[in-house]
Ligand binder design. Structure first.
Ligand SMILES: *[C@@H]1O[C@H](CO)[C@@H](O)[C@H](O)[C@H]1NC(C)=O
Ligand SMILES: *[C@@H]1O[C@H](CO)[C@@H](O)[C@H](O)[C@H]1NC(C)=O
Ligand SMILES: *[C@@H]1O[C@H](CO)[C@@H](O)[C@H](O)[C@H]1NC(C)=O
Ligand SMILES: *[C@@H]1O[C@H](CO)[C@@H](O)[C@H](O)[C@H]1NC(C)=O
Ligand SMILES: *[C@@H]1O[C@H](CO)[C@@H](O)[C@H](O)[C@H]1NC(C)=O
Ligand SMILES: *[C@@H]1O[C@H](CO)[C@@H](O)[C@H](O)[C@H]1NC(C)=O
Ligand SMILES: *[C@@H]1O[C@H](CO)[C@@H](O)[C@H](O)[C@H]1NC(C)=O
Length: 414
């Protein structure tokens, strides 16, 4: 049993590599060109403040899902009326890793599924309500490129209701920041693939083959997270490279190979300790996204086949759980969150995303910052990206759920 689990962890390697490296070097140049440091530290002046005196939108009973409802248990229903929530071409902030249609994907069914919980309704996403909840606040997504997809999804979900001269998008590595001026609200992204510190922390020029994680170091990242109103963390696929990972704990010179499970747990505890010492639970809210599943081996949902997520057009009808989503790590995550003195909301999106073998970028994503060549496209088994998701798509649903939680805890101002 153990050897086979390890083999699977190991075989995440080629694809994970291929798709994660991608973001890297090529985008570095682009990001540097586009980044505009001068805006970010601008303090809002008095006149700006006047503009925020808009009537707040009221969050009513229909915006809050039923108490006690597990929104993560449900099914995907075909709904080409309300979904997608935005059009790929209408959102200027998507990186080409996610723009599958533009990159040539022939089918678009993956955009038309809505997540329907069994026990309640999710509130219908309303960008103006979200902006109201975010008024004068910061929402930050922290994690790897999967998390960046969720950040971009959230920006696309709100940006269409904001006039061009009232919104901005800045790239200040390791961050990306979207601002809605009239609301003094920001939606941000922070690159930290292991959450704790590592040699992969440079937003664009990071190593993929060599990994070294500092399991007890988080302070440097943490400085950028202080005071953020809504923090949404995620980290998984970067750990699942080999059964062991080089890491330090204690002395920075004492590099050892750690069992990935052990290393992940130590990192989570470092993170939980940071939260306890740095978060004001009355002002700040913390979320953690459970692992985003991969669909690397089609024999897992279609026994006897030998492909991956390529050429899949429909969701899996459950029950289904792929071996890539390590349940031992899932349980560890549950324990760390439960034991934390700070309230952390786990958004357990793994199961619902497990069904979505149809929704990955496959050969319509990118590799090393470029679209795939014709030769690469003819070899989906090797070059298909079954880690990242097309947008619009599954990350929109994660955000519909995050939205539901944000609304649930929102206090109306009368
Ligand atoms: C929506 O789906 C239904 C059922 O599959 C189909 O008949 C209809 O043409 C679709 N509408 C659009 C706008 O794609
Ligand atoms: C704007 O938002 C920032 C960050 O959330 C906050 O610190 C600041 O007080 C807000 N400014 C106004 C004028 O509300
Ligand atoms: C990327 O990082 C490596 C190692 O730190 C460095 O040698 C290289 O010059 C960097 N590349 C760029 C384009 O900055
Ligand atoms: C750890 O680092 C050493 C030295 O660079 C390397 O030989 C070894 O393969 C690494 N181990 C893992 C699990 O990557
Ligand atoms: C890593 O640790 C976990 C939990 O203790 C164990 O189940 C697993 O077999 C270990 N993996 C390796 C490769 O030793
Ligand atoms: C994709 O799947 C369809 C049927 O589901 C099959 O007819 C077709 O040959 C497949 N295409 C490729 C390139 O595998
Ligand atoms: C997340 O959901 C899955 C599927 O329902 C479940 O097996 C797992 O235990 C849940 N994780 C936690 C930490 O509760």
């Amino acid at each position: 049993m153990k050897p086979s689990l390890d083999r699977r962890i190991q075989s995440l390697l080629p694809v994970a590599l291929a798709s994660l490296l991608v973001l890297g070097i090529a985008r570095l140049v682009l990001d540097n060109l586009k980044s505009d440091q001068s805006h970010i530290f601008v303090v809002y002046g008095r006149q700006e403040m006047e503009k925020f005196n808009q009537r707040p939108i009221f969050v009513g009973p229909n915006d809050r899902f039923k108490e006690g409802c597990n929104v993560f248990e449900g099914e995907w229903v075909w709904d080409n009326v309300t979904h997608p929530l935005y059009q790929e071409q209408s959102c200027p902030y998507l990186v080409k890793q996610t723009t599958c249609l533009r990159n040539g994907r022939p089918d678009s069914f993956y955009q038309n599924w809505r997540w329907q919980p069994y026990a309640c309704e999710l509130p219908r996403f309303d960008p103006l309500k979200l902006l109201d909840v975010l008024r004068g606040k910061r929402l930050m997504f922290i994690g790897d490129s999967v998390q960046r997809g969720q950040f971009e999804s959230m920006v696309c979900m709100v940006q269409s209701v904001i006039p061009d001269d009232k919104k901005s998008f800045q790239r200040i590595p390791p961050m990306k920041i979207f601002k809605a001026e009239d609301y003094n609200a920001s939606i941000e992204y922070y690159w930290a693939p292991f959450i704790v510190e590592s040699i992969s922390d440079h937003a664009t020029n990071h190593t993929v083959l060599k990994r070294l994680v500092n399991l007890d170091s988080i302070a440097k990242h943490g400085k950028s997270w202080e005071g953020v109103d809504f923090l949404v963390f995620e980290s998984y696929v970067w750990w699942m490279y080999k059964p062991f990972i080089n890491a330090t704990y204690g002395s920075p010179d004492d590099i050892r190979e750690y069992n990935v499970t052990t290393a992940y747990e130590l990192a989570l505890r470092t993170w939980a300790n940071w939260l306890e010492s740095s978060i004001n639970p009355n002002k700040q809210k913390v979320f953690f996204m459970s692992m985003s599943p991969t669909h690397l081996w089609s024999w897992e949902w279609r026994p006897g086949s030998d492909g991956n997520c390529f050429n899949e057009s429909y969701p899996i009808k459950g029950p289904y759980w792929g071996t890539g989503s390590n349940l031992h790590i899932m349980n560890l995550l549950g324990s760390v969150i439960q034991e934390s003195k700070i309230s952390i909301t786990l958004l357990n999106i793994t199961q619902l995303s497990e069904y979505r073998k149809d929704a990955h970028a496959t050969i319509y994503g990118e590799r090393k910052g470029k679209l795939l060549t014709k030769e690469q496209r003819s070899n989906p088994k090797q070059f298909g990206d079954c880690i990242h998701w097309c947008l619009p798509g599954v990350p929109d649903t994660w955000n519909e759920i995050l939205y539901a939680y944000l609304l649930k805890s929102h206090q109306n101002v009368f």
